[in-house]
Design a protein. Structure first.
Length: 267
């Protein structure tokens, strides 16, 4: 960071010296009666210099913002694409250093053909030691088809736990369920290593409307492109039963990865 700032400041000093030299040249050519010809040449040079100054100032201002972004974020994707899967079908939350919910996804599954395929994963960007993390879920439409706990968070990564159960019972009635997720962080001086994290999902009611992979974990956050959880398919409709959803933020030291399986939390 210090090297970067010194480099940018050095370039700005060069530009300042260049502008001062231009001013001295103006005085010289004015005295010799060649000011008009000089001004045409100088206009091109000054334009290039001004562009460089603006570009370098932008980099200098952007650098603290980049340093401010770190930690983990959760991403969600819906891949079936039926008309019952509405709003944002692919989005990521803000980074845990500045948490923000994923864009809202709306589940309106019912008796029409088709359903919704859900997957999640965790991405990491320069995570830091001395922090712990948790994952939060919310449902914001609030219809009678969105049951159980509509807002809950996992335990912090020093004492992890599943989110409280949320029950999806969408059907032909009016209304649906709007879902979003985010990751938060807080300081914890006891944690002296940079963790790797993944998200685990489970569905626990087990009706025939809750299809495909009802329990899986994503790839770990320390890879360039972490694997998604195995696809889970929501096909809730007017039949009896619904689907109970839970999420878990699994964060461990990287040396523990070989001891973990792909469907159960390791922490």
């Amino acid at each position: 960071k210090q090297w970067y700032q010194r480099r940018v400041r050095g370039q700005l000093q060069y530009c300042s010296i260049h502008l001062l030299a231009c001013d001295l040249e103006v005085q010289f050519f004015k005295g010799r009666g060649h000011l008009e010809r000089y001004q045409r040449s100088a206009t091109r040079t000054m334009g290039q210099t001004s562009t460089m100054v603006v570009f370098l100032l932008g980099l200098l201002l952007l650098q603290p913002v980049v340093a401010w972004v770190y930690g983990f974020r959760i991403c969600f994707v819906e891949t079936e694409g039926s008309s019952q899967c509405q709003k944002s079908r692919n989005s990521c939350s803000g980074w845990s250093s500045h948490p923000r919910w994923t864009a809202a996804f709306r589940d309106d599954t019912d008796d029409r053909g088709g359903g919704s395929n859900y997957k999640w994963k965790i991405q990491g960007h320069r995570p830091r030691k001395h922090y712990e993390y948790r994952l939060c879920f919310q449902e914001t439409e609030g219809s009678s088809q969105c049951q159980g706990t509509r807002f809950s968070c996992t335990g912090w990564s020093s004492a992890p736990s599943w989110t409280k159960p949320f029950r999806d019972d969408t059907d032909g009635r009016g209304g649906g369920c709007i879902y979003s997720w985010k990751i938060e962080q807080r300081p914890n001086s006891v944690i002296d290593s940079e963790p790797v994290c993944r998200v685990c999902f489970k569905e626990t009611e087990g009706s025939s409307q809750c299809q495909m992979s009802r329990r899986s974990c994503s790839g770990w956050s320390d890879t360039a492109s972490p694997d998604w959880t195995a696809p889970y398919r929501d096909d809730t409709d007017g039949r009896g039963g619904g689907c109970h959803y839970h999420w878990y933020l699994d964060c461990i030291p990287s040396y523990m990865k070989p001891y973990c399986d792909t469907i159960n939390p390791c922490s």
